[in-house]
Design a protein around this ligand. Structure first.
Ligand code: FES
Length: 91
């Protein structure tokens, strides 16, 4: 099954609370990005359960290309890499 292939999807900023369990959508079909709404039912995808160590804001991935799920790593920008901690877009 292919993931939803809509236009480029930007990360969504959320407030995460210590002690809460969150379920990040991995299929791209949810109507409640970045969280699972059960739309993956019947597919090969399952949501990713995660929690945080302390209350924090975070940018969660919606393009589903991140290498650090559920957090945005800039992959929605295309070919990128990090050089000495700086996010650099390859040409
Ligand atoms: S709706 Fe996408 S993983 Fe549940």
């Amino acid at each position: 099954m292919e993931r939803s292939d809509e236009d480029q999807k930007m990360p969504i900023q959320v407030d995460l609370k210590k002690g809460e369990k969150y379920y990040w959508c991995t299929c791209g079909k949810t109507a409640d990005e970045p969280f699972c709404d059960g739309s993956h039912s019947g597919s090969e995808f399952l949501p990713l359960e995660f929690s945080v160590e302390k209350d924090r804001k975070a940018f969660l991935c919606t393009c589903k290309e991140t290498k650090k799920p559920p957090f945005c790593d800039g992959s929605h920008e295309g070919d990128i890499s990090y050089i000495m901690g700086e996010l650099v877009k390859e040409k």
